[in-house]
Design a protein around this ligand. Structure first.
Ligand code: ADP
Ligand code: ZN
Ligand code: ZN
Length: 739
């Protein structure tokens, strides 16, 4: 009795599918593909997704029986199934791991697809008559007044009245308010009208309205030029009015409550957020709501690129150049590229917005593959900030800040403004040095060939921390080498700048923002609220480059960018230019004019010269020219095979065998393709030892994508079975952003 075979993709680092019999007596039907199923695997149970079905071979060994179906209907079908398959092929990773990455944690573990009927609150008949009897100004009264116009969804109440749940409970106990299930089409009470588009916005919108089907569009617009307004109008017209779903991707630090509030207030439909700050349950609910087509607008960070869109109308990628779109471990996908692939499969426009487009995207726009629309002026009253380069050679520095810079800070504060001081180094000081003997504190587990990695001084000089592996220890009382007491922090991190500014400007709040203070949901908003409306100073790393609107910000000081000017990474200039432009864009976003001070020891550096003189476009043009001459992306395509091992040499051994296999595969390619494929390495990783592991890498590079992928197709699956692979942890990174 040859039962049909279920070919199941399991979340394992193995390239093949696994065959099982359907659970119970159920007949396999084609619709089984894309359904989750629980199966026995050795002594464990795993949750997999059916990738194919087929008849059992006559001489095949008897199959194990799967345990249970987890869904009535496939979670992956049509486009989402095709996209998962494409991604597995493109990244050369197991399909089961792609499915697992595409699902929120709860569903990955096998939880049932949660119910999603949106809930809200409404006034009862008794409540409608009692609104005016509630204490004026109190939360219950505000809630009741909001509900007067009709039921309001819980997530909208979250935005409108902080702490509304306690008020609702009280009113529910008195029979004045009730919990109601909302029809997915229920609208929030009031929709705020948007501003009249500027002439530039109107042109852009007209061009976007004319798009049909899959159209990739680069919307290049300076900070504050009204890109978000364009997204909002387009979502309203292109999606909501035509009964379609919109997906908006934002960088990890761009998804602020302020931004969500703006979307909710303007669009008049529930807006679903999807990001790592949510509970597993919340994420699974949003995913399910999108899968059912109930979620009409989803705004989310990287992983939201996988959200199902059965009725897709538009995909927006805001700040498309942002590094957080690239997943750096596990399945190393790029959310922007995934958005483009999905847009093509779904036949919808994909809008890539940025003030500082990635060179990849600019290159595609120039080659005519993307439409290119621009917004060149700031919307409303705001003007672009004035940028000044401060030459600090031979100047006295206080915690890395020059007198001229400190005077400018004083001036801005006296004019009732707020100031942002940007330094891209966390901690108190990057190095702890013994002034007597030259010893410096180094991480025992991280090193390059020549030297151990210095540990950063934190907590005002009391703690050492390695920024590469996270290990910590207290600062020693005396030098471990010479027992001297002359241990001194060298260099300047944001903690040290904060210390100096707090002492110098004791009359205003000085607030340091770092990843620790903002990890919590709403953390950044809460921190920024401490600054209030009056004069004050913010100190921080790139956390501050974007996100919250700060209308009182009149001065941005950039201190210590010089390390970034001389990095070995070929993308370092691009990243630095983007960071400088984005940080500068924070100044003068309201009526007050803004100023930017770039403090440097290298005022003649071409990057600064070109950027300040000609803006980001001039920089990008020059940089693209250099990339082309050097044969670097976007004029070539890369894949990086990384390996690490406890024993020295094991990673290199594995990579040498892999390199031989790639070279052999190259010889099998058509002559023209083979010539373009370069296999370089193995070489030590940029940090050859991290957290005690020895690390090396192999770089593949080709001007022709097909040649690169043909070689990967021929080799990667076989790497799993190599004896050398057993002693290493390895991973493949297709289109790596960090080499
Ligand atoms: P971006 O996303 O390009 O940074 P936003 O859409 O956030 O720009 O707009 C910047 C500011 O200008 C916001 O305060 C926004 O409300 C305002 N704004 C945008 N478009 C207009 C317009 N057409 N008229 C008036 N103000 C506008
Ligand atoms: Zn010493
Ligand atoms: Zn370390």
């Amino acid at each position: 009795m040859p039962a049909d075979v279920l070919r199941i993709a399991l979340p394992l680092p193995l390239p093949q599918l696994f065959d099982y019999r359907a659970p119970g007596a159920a007949e396999a039907v084609p619709a089984d593909v894309g359904r989750r199923i629980r199966v026995p695997f050795g002594p464990r149970q795993l949750v997999g997704v059916v990738a194919a079905t087929g008849p059992a071979g006559t001489d095949a060994p008897p199959l194990r029986e799967a345990l249970e179906w987890l869904d009535e209907q496939p979670l992956f079908q049509g486009e989402s199934l095709a996209t998962a398959r494409w991604l597995a092929r493109y990244l050369h990773v197991p399909l089961g791991e792609v499915f697992a990455t595409a699902l929120p944690a709860g569903l990955r573990r096998g939880d049932p697809l949660p119910a999603t009927a949106a809930h809200g609150r409404a006034l009862t008949a008794a409540g409608a008559g009692a609104v005016d009897t509630l204490r004026a100004g109190g939360r219950p009264r505000r809630l009741a007044e909001l509900l007067r116009a009709g039921p309001v969804a819980d997530d909208l109440l979250d935005d409108a009245i902080p702490g509304w749940r306690a008020a609702a409970r009280g009113l529910e106990e008195r029979g004045l308010v009730e919990r109601v299930a909302l029809d997915a089409s229920a609208l929030p009470a009031a929709v705020q009208p948007g501003p009249t588009p500027t002439a530039e916005q109107a042109d852009v919108l007209a061009a976007l309205r004319a798009t049909e089907g899959f159209t990739p569009v680069l919307l290049e617009g300076i900070t504050g030029s009204g890109k978000t307004e364009v997204y909002l109008q387009l979502i309203a017209e292109h999606c909501l009015a035509r009964d379609r779903q919109a997906l908006v991707l934002v960088p990890e630090i761009g998804l602020t409550p302020q931004m969500l509030g703006r979307f909710r207030a303007r669009l008049g439909v529930p807006v679903h957020a999807l990001h790592s700050g949510l509970s597993d349950g919340e994420r699974a609910r949003t995913w399910a709501a999108a899968w059912r087509g109930e979620a009409r607008v989803v705004v989310g960070t990287r992983s939201a690129a996988f959200v199902p869109l059965p009725e897709a109308g538009l995909i927006v990628v805001d700040e498309e150049h942002d590094g957080s779109y690239k997943q750096q471990d596990g399945i190393r996908y790029h959310a922007r590229d995934l958005a483009l692939v999905r847009g093509k499969a779904l036949q919808v426009p994909v809008l890539l917005g940025s003030a500082t487009p990635s060179l990849e995207t600019l290159h595609n726009a120039r080659a005519g593959r993307y439409a290119h629309l621009r917004l060149r002026t700031r919307a409303g009253a705001a003007r672009p900030p004035r940028v000044r380069v401060l030459d600090v050679r031979k100047r006295a520095l206080h915690a890395g800040l020059s007198d001229e810079l400190l005077a400018a800070v004083r001036g801005a504060l006296d004019a009732d403004g707020q100031v942002l001081v940007f330094r891209n180094r966390r901690g108190y000081a990057p190095v702890l040095l013994c002034h007597d003997c030259g010893w410096s504190a180094a991480c025992p587990r991280c090193s390059t060939d020549e030297r151990a990695m210095p540990m950063t001084v934190h907590a005002g000089g009391r703690r050492l921390q390695c920024h590469h592996c996270g290990s910590r220890r207290p600062v020693p009382m005396a030098c471990p080498d010479c027992a001297g007491l002359a241990l001194q922090p060298q260099g300047v991190g944001t903690e040290r700048i904060e210390e100096l500014l707090a002492a110098r400007f004791a009359d205003v709040p000085v607030l340091r923002i770092d990843s620790a203070s903002t990890r919590r949901r709403d953390g950044l908003a809460r921190e920024l609220a401490k600054l209030g409306d009056g004069p004050g100073i913010l100190v921080g790393t790139q956390m501050l480059a974007k996100g919250h609107d700060l209308p009182k910000l009149v001065l941005v000081c950039v201190a210590g960018i010089d390390e970034g000017l001389f990095s070995a990474d070929f993308r370092a200039s691009e990243k630095l230019a983007q960071l400088l432009v984005q940080v500068s864009g924070r100044a003068g976003r309201a009526e007050r004019p803004g100023e930017v001070l770039l403090q440097t020891h290298h005022p003649e550096h071409p990057l600064l010269q070109v950027l300040v003189g000609g803006g980001y476009r001039a920089f990008a043009d020059a940089e693209l020219g250099q990339r082309e001459a050097a044969g670097f992306p976007p004029f070539a395509h890369m894949a990086l095979l990384r390996a690490e091992a406890k024993q020295a040499g094991a990673a290199e051994d594995f990579l040498r065998v892999a390199a031989a296999a790639f070279n052999q595969a190259r010889d099998g390619l058509p002559h023209g393709q083979a010539r373009t494929l370069l296999v370089s390495g193995p070489v030590p990783a940029p940090m050859p030892r991290r957290a005690g592991m020895h690390r090396a890498q192999l770089l593949l590079c080709s001007q022709a994508r097909p040649a690169l992928h043909a070689a990967l197709d021929a080799v990667v699956d076989g790497l799993h079975a190599l004896p050398e692979a057993r002693r290493v942890r390895w991973s493949l990174d297709v289109d790596p952003v960090d080499l």
